[in-house]
Design a protein around this ligand. Structure first.
Ligand SMILES: Nc1ncnc2c1ncn2[C@@H]1O[C@H](COP(=O)(O)OP(=O)(O)O)[C@@H](O)[C@H]1O
Ligand SMILES: [Mg+2]
Length: 303
């Protein structure tokens, strides 16, 4: 009995984690996860927009964690935060109070990208174009601007994005001009889909917007990737949703599914992605696998 209790105490000790705020810094080498091998470098910079007009489906979480995974494998990555909430900037530990030069000044005042891009402090090779609350006004201010749908593309063209392997654009939860700018500025669209009831609702509207952008503004745009997020393996519903999405979209859906994990939702409040906050957690391992899968698919494509 006593032995059993002692064993229980030991196992509790080894499995329990220190309080998050004092979490020890973990060497990045240790965080490289399951695929420590060299990750393929795309032949040229892949610009990927992460959009879904529904809020809370995992756009920002996906942007930040895929970006961190890729950067940890020696790829150069820029995250463009296009949501006035600035959640991606927060999660990357990047300042985004109103006085910080941000993507707002780029879109509205023609400020060059080089003036606003900063290094994310937690992960080498990872950079961020932050968003401030000023961006909330941009949706309206853009309406009267010349080439209002193409302002992000122009800004990216005027910036040396060739030095990046990936540019990931995190969108706000709407199909307004900010999201349209992201769709015009990218060649790929990644749609995160939450494994919940109503998961597919609104997707038709997003896909129609994509078709409009393709036919009028950006013929190169392609829905290249769908990622199932917040999967709860205990529910039949999650499995049903996953099956339905795969039935609709086939191979575009990544094989990796992101599980619901508390560590994923805790990480942003420490200005971190889950990849550095708790690299061994199920969420971090899954995002690592998803990023690897995405990187391999990109490498298969020919120019
Ligand atoms: N895999 C996950 N497990 C647990 N919580 C998650 C997961 N992915 C996202 N979340 C949480 O769900 C909420 C919405 O995610 P977020 O990425 O901000 O969505 P969006 O950018 O689409 O609005 C956030 O609080 C986030 O921390
Ligand atoms: Mg978001």
């Amino acid at each position: 009995m006593r032995e059993a209790l002692q064993n229980a105490a030991v196992s509790r000790e080894t499995t329990s984690r220190p309080p998050a705020a004092q979490a020890p810094r973990i060497s990045l080498e240790a965080t490289k996860g399951r695929s420590a091998k060299q990750w393929p470098k795309p032949p040229r910079c892949r610009v990927i927009t992460i959009a879904n007009q529904k809020g809370g489906v995992g756009k920002t979480t996906t942007s930040v964690n895929l970006a961190a995974s890729l950067a940890m494998h020696d790829l150069q990555v820029l995250v463009v935060d296009l949501d006035p909430q600035g959640n991606a900037s927060t999660a990357l530990g990047v300042d985004h109070h109103a006085d910080i030069p941000s993507i707002y000044e780029v879109l509205i005042e023609d400020r060059p990208m080089k003036d606003i891009v900063v290094a994310a402090p937690e992960v080498p090779n990872l950079y961020c174009a932050p968003a401030t609350l000023n961006l909330a006004g941009a949706e309206i201010e853009l309406v009267s601007k010349v080439a209002r749908e193409s302002r992000l593309r122009r800004a990216l063209e005027g910036y040396d994005i060739g030095r990046f392997d990936y540019v990931l654009i995190d969108c706000p939860p709407s199909l307004g001009l900010l999201t349209v700018n992201a769709l015009v500025g990218a060649e790929e669209l990644l749609i995160p889909i939450q494994c919940e009831y109503y998961a597919l609702e609104g997707l038709g509207q997003l896909l129609r917007t994509v078709e409009l952008v393709k036919s009028h503004l950006n013929p190169k745009l392609e829905v290249s990737t769908i990622l199932l997020t917040m999967y709860d393996a205990r529910t039949r519903l999650a499995a049903q949703v996953a099956e339905e999405v795969r039935g609709h979209f086939g191979d575009v859906v990544l094989k990796t599914v992101i599980p619901r994990s508390v560590r994923v939702s805790e990480a942003p409040s420490y200005g971190q992605s889950v990849m550095t906050y708790d690299p061994g957690s199920s969420g971090a391992l899954a995002y690592g696998d998803a990023a690897f899968e995405m990187a391999c698919r990109g490498a298969e494509k020919t120019e």
